[in-house]
Unconditional design. Structure first.
Ligand SMILES: Nc1ncnc2c1ncn2[C@@H]1O[C@H](COP(=O)(O)OP(=O)(O)O)[C@@H](O)[C@H]1O
Ligand SMILES: Nc1ncnc2c1ncn2[C@@H]1O[C@H](COP(=O)(O)OP(=O)(O)O)[C@@H](O)[C@H]1O
Ligand SMILES: Nc1ncnc2c1ncn2[C@@H]1O[C@H](COP(=O)(O)OP(=O)(O)O)[C@@H](O)[C@H]1O
Lengths: 112, 443, 443, 443, 112, 112
């Protein structure tokens, strides 16, 4: 199995979710993160002093999929999360040795 | 109409005569005149005390402004300071401060009678109680101004010491010079004709200059100024709360300024209008100034602009015209922006801008009360105003500086760097302002 | 009892006579009658101005309701709009609006005197100041109603333009028709017997219909309506703040309605009771309606129900009985739920329900003031009420629509989609409402 | 000065005479005496109703304290309970409660006239309206006290039932014993000389003991007490909001206590001062007690200390001296800390400390009103106070216990464990208090 | 070493923690996440419109353990986090190449 | 590629960020987490009852780097995040099979 970790712009969540639903992807886990990268944060003003906000709000999606589905999922995310602007985010593919469903104890691909 | 009355023991029956209900006057002229006077007295009490309640509510306003403009990890500490400078201030002003400010003076420099509210005896004229109530909320306002400038790094126990000294001594002594004759005192500054109707100097500048002393003795928060001399903003944690605080303060000012008549009369109309116009003008001017300088209408500056306008009109609210009030507010709004930038530049770290809002604009407002005097411009009047401003600075900054240095060199004024980084809420109070884990529950 | 008095220059000594302290009347009947009148005047001032302060506080209520019902990324913008429509509204109503609303009229259509508070001269009767103070907070209420309906997508600078025009022209012109005779004006609508004691129509409907125009011209927020025509809620970010806002507004209404007597008399008792009963009934009815429709007692609807009841009783609070007030409130509570659903269905995006609360229930309340008139039902009275409702809609929606279209086609009314998605706080103000990283500090 | 007047139909013209504007009295002594009485009446109305507005605002205070001290997942539920116990309480107190509390009594045990505000007819004396307005906000205070102790686990619909019964029966019956004679009633307890000026017992203890019954019948929240008998704190979610709530309550108490004169006179000055001193002393004493016991100045305890002082001075605010008020407040501050610990030890789960603040300190304050009576100590007076305290406990705890047991065994009092864990906001209201995902937007 | 990533229902944290304490597990890292899966979110009401809350609040635990302890830890979590209802969550086992303790510089199993 | 996961004390973020900037590291992702470990949480007081806060606020940094840069990055973090006190945190090195840049579709080291 692979864990596909994706960093996206927050407003893209709906698009990615819809697209993955189309692929019949059963689950994912989302968290709020701050990203630091080529896309520079804004400069904000606080009581008269300008300051650089280095970190940009992003969402991180984690989706564990069977090995054979990794590619199509990556492609789907790539397409649905893209705006073409700097800061669209990254996809990281990480090996997963096992997955278990707590409720039933199922293991492996069947647990997803 | 039946009403509840004081449970008066027979021995105190005299009181009954004093508070005779005006509703049943007898028909002879003298008693009728008394009855009319009694009704007027009742209105005066109602107005003075309602105004006191509004000024009390400013404590909530200060608490919200200060917590909004500081970090979450210090929010409990801010609340405790605001609660306690009012609670302790009440007790110290009752025991000591009021007597110093309004007592008859043996020395000519401060009052020496009327401690522990001893001017009142059961059955006696209750005016001193109403008057004390109105004055105690003013004393607490002066105390709480300092809290903001010293936020996020001051030891709580040391803050309590400061708070007691300010309520018992620093504020009342100056107050006795400017306002003592409102009761049993007789201040030298008011004797010269010093105009400070509701306390631009007496309350706000005094608070602001003590705040300046505190901020200087404490030094800046860790991380506020870069090693390269750069200014690094430390943004607060809840601007909507800060805005709520400003609205509450604005409301409270409708007690602060017109209530300072301590009498219900038609003068309060102009004071209301002036107060409101100056606040509005201050907010607009600060917004525009910030917009021009930073290219954006900054919320922190706009909020402080409203407060600056309010502080600035406080001295002259009863002797300048509505038109002048707008000008005073506009200048206050510009001034507060420049002043915040200035104190940043000279590396005085004042997290909420208390020195700029209260100190600087208190001084400006006091000067303006002379400049825009409806009775016509007089160099002598302006001179006295300048004298008052200077004396207030010397007294408040001087005593504040000594006090904070003394505290610093004995019990210590500042928390450890570790505690500061972790937040005072934990270090000082063993607490967290937002302890619930699932703060955002579902998406 | 010593009091602070206005610092009066000798030249203005006349004023002293006017405000002679009622406490020392001489014994002859004429001067005693004057003294009694003076005390009554003082109570009138106190009541009118305290009420004005309560109405002012409604600004905080609106700010909290609006920010609670909208997203965190726009919270600073909401605060700025609420602060600025009051601050700028104050200045524009001072310069222009008051004269148009209450000045003597050359044309019969709006006032043309009294700009810049010129009806007052130092030493003159200060009533105009008290009256202005009470009126300016009403004007600001009308202005701020619109803010909610246009939330989360309006350019800040364009909002300021709107706000100025509303305070200076749209609100005052209609106000002059219904209330002008309270001062120097003489409105045609009041001449017909139009009943709108505290402004269901004059303040709330006017605000509500301009809000409707604004929401229509702006179009819905991105994501509010699906391509398939579905309605997608965009939940706010802080319902406890919204609830606090409603409590503050309810409090403010105790100034809004009974304060509209601008005199201290026994009439205010019934107005208080009616106001409270209608609000309570509105909340209960909206809760039950929502419970029946959605199977749950919905908090947003219940809060709006209370406001709907308050808006609806505003016109008739002085001429309907307490029992009728309950009925008026109950209907308002049902109406607001249906109206919110209706505007969703016709794809008008009003983030806080301002049109339903203020526009629709302002109209209902105005009608109800005719229907439930304690003096007995009269078709003529109801007819005039309907006329007033219709005229208000035509005027406010019409001028609002033109104004927003004009703004849209010149400086632009709406922010870019990018800015909208990122939040107006950053785009318009370079700020963030909750900048502190460690919002939830420990577990 | 033109004012808006009630729209009076000709048939009700009598009213006009009653409310003749005091400003134009004729010169003969009798009419002048009437005119003076009329002005005093106007001030009485203004004061009573402004005080009622302040007490109303305490609802917001309770809502903030309760939501601050409980978890985010129940915040909407807290808001709904606070909104609805006021809204429903208003309607039930109008229909039933007021008649029971202040109606003329056929039985000697409770009133049986004046339901549906039937004591007022158009054109009649409006005092009953002003008086009702002041009383309804007291009834709602009693109701809302219970909300805090039962927070985070009570079914919403069952809460509504409780709330109706309290407002219609439990509170008014006891109220009729202690205060009935303020209107048409004649209570046996007041007949004995029971002193409870503003309701330490009538409002706060009654609320507190019903709260105790509720907390006992409900049982503790899941997770509050470990299986090993340990006490596990369940921290709230927003202490700054809780602090804001305490400031609002403190403000409201300036209506609660001095407003209980329901007349504008000079007595209110001492009541203001006593109220403020006791609150300050309570906060300081609770802080010190907590500091000694836990080594830290705890914010929750300090806030509750202020409230405890306020509750404790409520009975005696008009018959104890300022010095005594400080003592009463100090003891209240100690007591509330010990009491919270005590109820934890006996495993009564009261999330906000309502029983300790209102029940225990209501009793203490009632006793103190006897002990510190300015008229001198009398065993008989203290005996009556103790009787009143005991009767209040028996009545409120007794009826409360039966009521909650009845509810529990019919419709059910408590939500399911699943719902409790997930939060009542979702289960009861289908809602979330903080629905916006990006709560902290950028760093 | 293995990183055991666990998605659980929030109120199960105490149970899992207690159970792991019994196994003498030295550390873990917890974060708030939103889960999307078979367990459907609620429908909530907002001002009169019903809407589906697709995401359910969950906690994510990350526990790095030596290879030989992975199995017992997985079993312990499985037991203590189970309610038997849909949405109990997942366990993912991910390879870790190295671990270091920042304070001391220790590496490998000793750093845990 | 490697994903370097770091748990640090929150106030160390600035230092680590500055140090990594010096190494010309292009990006990272930061999230707020609660840590449980040897560093014991405080005991806090809530309305008169003391309670143990088991979890300590930490930040988690995730930095994906080419294999050959992992070591220097680890060393840099180790140095800049260290205070020498218990609770300084951990570094975990996790294999990453692929990385993609959503904007351009670049893959592998070039996507970082
Ligand atoms: N090396 C990295 N390791 C982990 N996260 C990264 C890395 N580089 C970028 N990111 C994440 O991806 C986000 C987008 O990266 P950025 O460089 O701004 O733009 P782009 O995706 O267009 O290359 C960053 O905000 C950060 O959260
Ligand atoms: N493929 C997946 N990848 C990542 N996380 C997942 C995946 N499937 C489920 N999850 C997480 O596990 C949680 C529980 O899964 P769910 O399908 O609802 O029930 P169950 O655990 O009973 O199978 C989800 O809320 C989500 O956070
Ligand atoms: N086995 C582990 N798995 C995952 N995270 C861990 C583990 N052990 C420790 N941590 C994380 O590292 C942080 C620091 O660890 P701790 O044991 O307190 O101190 P030290 O870093 O000095 O060893 C913890 O708060 C926790 O977030």
């Amino acid at each position: 199995m692979k864990k596909i970790e994706v960093i996206i712009k927050p407003f893209k969540l709906e698009y990615v979710k819809a697209r993955l639903a189309g692929l019949d992807i059963q689950g994912m886990t989302v968290s709020e993160v701050k990203g630091f990268g080529r896309q520079k944060g804004h400069s904000e003003i606080y009581r008269g002093a300008e300051y650089q906000v280095d970190f940009v709000p992003k969402l991180k999606l984690e989706i564990v999929v069977p090995d054979n589905r990794a590619e199509e999922v990556v492609t789907a995310i790539m397409e649905s999360a893209r705006t073409g602007e700097i800061g669209d985010g990254k996809i990281f593919v990480i090996p997963v040795e096992n997955a278990l469903r707590i409720r039933t104890g199922e293991e492996g691909d069947g647990a997803l | 109409m039946k009403i509840k009355t004081l449970v008066i023991p027979p021995a105190l029956g005299l009181l009954a005569a004093a508070t005779v209900h005006a509703a049943e006057p007898s028909a002879d002229p003298a008693s009728m005149a008394n009855a009319i006077a009694a009704v007027q007295t009742h209105v005066d009490y109602v107005w003075t005390l309602v105004a006191a309640a509004l000024v009390f509510f400013m404590q909530a306003g200060f608490a919200m402004v200060e917590t909004g403009f500081t970090r979450a990890k210090n929010a409990v500490n801010i609340m405790m300071k605001n609660l306690m400078d009012f609670a302790m201030g009440t007790l110290f002003y009752w025991a000591v401060g009021f007597g110093i400010m309004f007592g008859a003076s043996a020395t000519g420099w401060f009052g020496t009678t009327g401690f522990f509210l001893s001017d009142w005896v059961p059955g006696g004229d209750p005016w001193v109680l109403a008057f004390w109530m109105f004055q105690v909320v003013f004393a607490a306002t002066a105390a709480t101004i300092v809290s903001g400038a010293m936020a996020e790094r001051t030891k709580f126990s040391s803050y309590l010491i400061y708070s007691a000294v300010l309520s018992a001594l620093i504020y009342p002594v100056f107050g006795s010079w400017a306002w003592g004759s409102l009761f049993n005192g007789n201040g030298w500054l008011e004797g010269l004709g010093f105009i400070d109707f509701a306390g631009s100097t007496v309350v706000h500048s005094i608070g602001g200059w003590v705040a300046l002393a505190g901020a200087i003795v404490l030094g800046p928060r860790i991380g506020k100024f870069g090693k390269d001399g750069s200014v690094r903003p430390i943004p607060g944690h809840n601007l909507p709360l800060a805005a709520l605080g400003v609205f509450i303060l604005w409301l409270g000012w409708f007690g602060f300024n017109p209530g300072s008549t301590t009498a219900a009369n038609t003068d309060i109309a102009m004071i209301f209008v002036n107060t409101n116009l100056a606040a509005a003008a201050g907010a607009v001017a600060a917004m525009i100034t910030a917009w021009l300088k930073f290219d954006k209408p900054d919320v922190g500056m706009s909020l402080n602009g409203a407060l600056a306008g309010l502080v600035a009109i406080t001295a002259g609210c009863a002797n300048v015209s509505p038109g002048s009030s707008i000008i005073i507010g506009l200048i206050a709004g510009v001034l507060v922006v420049l002043s915040v930038l200035f104190f940043d530049r000279i590396k005085v770290d004042d997290p909420v801008g208390a020195v700029s809002v209260h100190g600087v604009n208190g001084a400006w407002g006091t000067l303006a009360a002379g400049l825009f005097n409806m009775g016509g411009f007089s160099a002598a009047v302006v001179g006295v105003q300048l004298l008052g401003i200077a004396v207030a600075f010397a007294w408040a900054f001087g005593t504040g500086f000594i006090l904070f240095k003394l505290i610093a060199s004995t019990v210590g004024l500042r928390v450890t760097p570790e505690e500061e980084m972790e937040g005072l809420d934990f270090g000082e109070h063993g607490a967290t302002a937002y302890p619930d884990f699932q703060h955002t529950s579902h998406m």
